[in-house]
Write a new protein. Sequence first.
Length: 93
Amino acid sequence: MSISVQHQPEDQEFTATVDGYTAELAYSQPSPEVIDFAHTFVDEALRGKGVGEALAREGLAYAKEQGLRVRTSCKFMDVFVKRHPEYQELLDK
């Protein structure tokens, strides 16, 4: 399954639609140099298919490209970053 993630900066979210079902990774920017991933939602029909991981990777790639420090208020994102050491350097200490 191909998962295409779109960044919706006006809504502060990354979204994916697969087979008519949607998923989103919402964020805020509490300061110009920090992005806080606040909420992830993946429709039940898409769970376990890598959609959440695709959203997480896209959001973290955006943070890295923009030189942003990352906060993970969202539990899913917190666990994802802890399980993937390549993203540790992005964390806002």
